[in-house]
Design a protein around this ligand. Structure first.
Ligand code: MG
Length: 346
């Protein structure tokens, strides 16, 4: 199984071949200047994906969660479930807690466990009976935790439309088992979901179209494979994976958690996705280069305003590790301060 860390490394590597997001309607200025000037206002909801803290939280889970609460976070999305135990990060560095004990710890601190990330359904090639048995136990543990959502953050390995359909069947099954237990299942994107998957016929047709176009525009030139492949990359045929997942899953069983940062890195406009897929996107991941609001590349006002307009109620702050080596707790605290200071954050 691909760990989330490895997956993110893979995702990041793909960025070399992609343009930075165009400055579309969700890109914006440095809002932390405004944050400094505005008076903090308590928010009813600020969610945190606990993956953001990883090993730092593992060093002292009760103390770390108390800090999270003191920063203004109200809700958690967990990321460290493994074999019936809840770990701080991805099982790194701590023994973990039984679900009931972890829930009590959070209840005592006034933190609500709203959601959890679990990558298992994306491993859709596991035989169905084996998956179902393991998934039922996993879902049961998340009922104990009091989760409203379970979200798969790992992209299934699909090279064909048929494989996408098989993966989506597994998402539907995961969603059905969740629904029977009173939990909503969802899928979370990185940037690779915004690349396209095409059928062999679509690829052939596009290739012929490009060769024809090149012959007409540059009659004196013989197009090489390299030139044709370059044009193919810039004019890729097919459908984006994210759209294929939406098209091939049951809206009753599978919702979507839009990671707005990875959406931008995938050269997409998160506001457009939020608006056009308001029936499917129920949760957001609020992520920036590091501290929310610091980079200036995300237009948080537009994103939060658009999300509110379509009825999205919940979001989770998520931070990767800091390339500059600052403490994760520092980034998590400053991100909460930024969000608390913005009047458009609901
Ligand atoms: Mg995310």
């Amino acid at each position: 199984m691909i760990s989330r860390r490895n997956f993110l490394k893979t995702s990041a590597l793909t960025l070399g071949g992609m343009s930075l997001p165009s400055l579309i309607s969700c890109a914006g200025g440095n809002e932390n200047k405004a944050a400094e000037a505005a008076a903090p206002a308590p928010k009813e909801f600020i969610g945190l994906q606990t993956y953001s803290l990883g090993a730092e939280l593992a060093a002292d889970v009760p103390g770390g969660l108390a800090k999270v609460k003191s920063f203004g976070y109200t809700d958690l999305e967990l990321a460290g479930y493994n074999n019936g135990r809840i770990h701080a990060g991805y099982g790194d560095g701590d023994e973990g807690y039984a679900p009931a004990d972890y829930k009590k710890l959070c209840d005592d601190l006034g933190l609500n466990i709203l959601s959890a990330h679990l990558g298992t359904p994306s491993q859709y090639k596991t035989p169905e009976a084996e998956f179902t048995e393991a998934w039922k136990k996993t879902v049961e543990d998340h009922v104990t935790l009091g989760c409203t959502y379970i979200v798969d953050p790992s992209m299934p390995q699909c090279a064909t439309i048929d494989e996408v359909k098989q993966a989506c069947d597994r998402f539907n099954l995961a969603g059905k088992i969740c629904k029977e237990a009173g939990i909503q299942f969802g899928y979370h994107n990185h940037n690779n979901e915004f690349t396209k998957l095409a059928t062999p016929e679509q690829i052939k047709e596009k290739r012929e179209e490009i060769i024809e176009m090149m012959k007409k525009r540059f009659p004196q030139m013989k197009p090489t494979d390299e030139m044709i492949n370059g044009m193919m990359r810039r004019n890729a045929p097919g459908t984006m994976y994210e759209q294929l997942y939406m098209d091939n899953t049951d809206p009753e069983l599978v919702c979507f958690q839009l990671d707005v940062y990875w959406c931008m890195i995938g050269d997409q406009d998160p506001c457009e996705w939020i608006t056009e897929h308001s029936d499917r996107i129920k949760l957001l991941h609020i992520k920036d280069r590091w501290i929310i609001g610091d980079s200036g590349m995300m237009n948080w006002k537009n994103i939060f305003t658009r999300a509110k307009a379509v009825g999205i109620k919940h979001f989770f702050v998520e931070l990767e590790s800091d390339p500059k080596g600052r403490k994760q707790f520092e980034g998590v605290e400053k991100s909460a301060q930024f969000l608390a200071s913005q009047d458009y954050v609901w």
